[in-house]
Design a protein around this ligand. Structure first.
Ligand code: ZN
Length: 266
């Protein structure tokens, strides 16, 4: 796998054929993902019937990453939830990417040639914010091949202590068995006062994380609740939760409420 297989690939969305929808539905049913298969059929039906609106470049929705307008974004779903108007048809940004782009652009204003960033499972939609800038920017992953530091297990990093000023990690640690160890490792490689900027899939109306018995849900070990903030506080000296919805002051980027970003400071 390469970064182009990641969400936020910067590749335009390709509408699925009837055959592809049928085949994906059957795959889900075979895995026992009955709710996921039903939700997938609902969202694909809505996307197919909404195609004209999605491709309307005079529409009210705006993507700050590719700077295109749309009448609607692509709907997504999994076994747990629907994400309506989530994916930009032109660059495949998700709601979190659009919100994060606002936060990241503000963050980079304070960085200079002395600063080093490490980005786990990097999303190509963000490269224009981070690449070829004054500060040093490195990418890493355990599985993705086209990164600067490949085969790095976030639970056991082969990186010196106190190396980075900023760590970026979106939708990564739900895939590892020991997320507390992952947080400890990321904190270890941060310099004192450095920032670990994290998003994870979850429902922040829930106080508690839901733990899965198997990996049928996109390979996730858990779906986070607000207790994730408590877990981060076990590791970092201070932790802040920021609602990405509030960063979109125009209200045009289709970022739902409680789309949370967590910032841990070492
Ligand atoms: Zn876009």
């Amino acid at each position: 796998m390469n970064t182009i297989d990641n969400p936020g690939s910067q590749v335009p969305y390709r509408f699925k054929s009837f055959r592809e929808v049928a085949s994906s539905t059957i795959t889900r049913l075979r895995k026992g993902e009955f709710k996921g298969a039903f939700n997938f059929l609902v969202t694909e039906f809505l996307n197919a019937t909404n195609k004209g609106k999605i491709l309307d470049k005079q529409g009210k929705l705006y993507c700050p990453l590719c700077e295109n307008h749309s009448g609607a974004f692509i709907h997504l779903s999994n076994s747990f939830r629907f994400s309506f108007n989530s994916v930009c048809p032109y660059c495949s940004s998700r709601a979190r990417h659009r919100g994060l782009s606002i936060y990241y652009k503000e963050l980079t204003k304070s960085l200079n040639a002395n600063h080093k960033i490490l980005h786990f499972a990097p999303e190509p939609v963000f490269y224009s914010i981070f690449k070829n800038k004054e500060f040093e920017y490195q990418t890493t992953d355990y599985i993705l091949k086209d990164v600067e530091l490949p085969k790095q297990d976030v639970q056991n990093l082969n990186i010196d202590d106190d190396t980075y000023d900023v760590i970026l990690t979106n939708h990564v640690i739900e895939h590892v068995p020991d997320d507390l160890k992952a947080l400890q490792e990321m904190c270890r490689v941060l310099k004192k006062g450095g920032k670990c900027i994290i998003t994870v899939p979850g429902n922040y109306n829930n106080a508690h994380t839901v733990y899965f018995k198997d990996l049928k849900n996109n390979g996730h070990y858990r779906d986070y609740g607000m207790d994730f903030q408590t877990k981060m506080k076990q590791v970092f000296s201070s932790v802040e939760a920021i609602d990405l919805h509030d960063l979109d002051t125009t209200g045009s980027m289709s970022i739902p409420e409680k789309e949370l970003l967590f910032v841990g400071i070492k």
